[in-house]
Design a protein around this ligand. Sequence first.
Ligand code: ATP
Ligand code: SF4
Ligand code: MG
Length: 334
Amino acid sequence: MNVEPRPLLNVRNLRKYFPVRSDRLMGPRLLVQAVDDVNFAIAEGETLGIVGESGCGKSTTARLLMHLIAPDAGEVWLGGKRLGGPDGLTLRQLRRSMQMVFQDSYASLNPRLSVQDSIAFSPRAHGVPAPQAIDKARELLALVGLDPDQFGRRYPHELSGGQRQRINVARALALEPKLVILDEAVSALDKSIEAQVLNLLMDLKRELRLTYLFISHDLNVVQYVSDHVLVMYLGKVVELGTVDDIYHRPRHPYTQALLASRPSMDPDVKIEQSPLAGDPPNPINPPSGCRFRTRCAFAEGVCEKVEPALTGIGRGHAVACHMRIPASGHTAGR
Ligand SMILES: Nc1ncnc2c1ncn2[C@@H]1O[C@H](COP(=O)(O)OP(=O)(O)OP(=O)(O)O)[C@@H](O)[C@H]1O
Ligand code: SF4
Ligand SMILES: [Mg+2]
């Protein structure tokens, strides 16, 4: 019998609406629906990729998981414990088990701290004595492929972008987290350096039995690293499945369009016209019903009136589209 791996992270009904100022003086209070009723789980040892166009809510989801911003609604469970529950997880425990690496390698590092002091910072804040924290930092430097004697006493401005991002990975690992959130962590690097850092991340995941949430606008990179992939559109999950489901059997028109518009790895294949024209609508006033309907070639009356629920269509594969929901009223049926 095939046993499903137990989820390390479970996210239920997560929501964040940001209040923003109206253009007009005394205008109505406006809300950006950045993340709206998002549900997903990540099994221990797996990588979940999140893709979607700019502004669809990927980073907000990550920041909500870390509680860098407070959710309006929803629950985050880690290792079977709920943050804030009666016998649950404290914010300190959650932040220890879950770490994040951002895109901007420079902004994440204190320019006045040497590399080894920077890596030792969190363990010291958690009560590890200085000499042990420095030893640990030097071990981590070696683990991310940088010689501690050569790099330990350097400062961030003395390093390349790829080296700085290795330091950020070492810092994220210093408290021995279970889950690492990588938000466009390799996106700013040159292609060859990006590949090296990606390979390092994959090696570390295996060696340290880590679980990753991997956010990127680069569909090719997400395909390379992920076990499961979640596709977001205007704050909603529109499709979720194994990497094979999403890349070889996509069932949501948005996922299909996103894949069709990605730059080909093969320079001889030219895409004549992007099937995903224009920008997503404003998340302050998203379209009624299905949020993708204003750009969808298959939209019908029901799409305007009824929001399609994320519906299971196979083992671990779920889609939010009326064409995939039996008796939804869409002529394409299932
Ligand atoms: N602090 C904030 N106040 C107001 N609106 C915000 C705030 N943070 C994010 N938003 C808005 O929430 C929406 C989602 O933003 P988010 O940064 O999560 O998108 P993203 O998918 O990470 O985009 P990108 O691919 O560009 O990084 C966007 O419309 C953004 O403008
Ligand atoms: S629900 Fe309707 S508008 Fe939305 S993706 Fe499906 S067919 Fe297109
Ligand atoms: Mg982002």
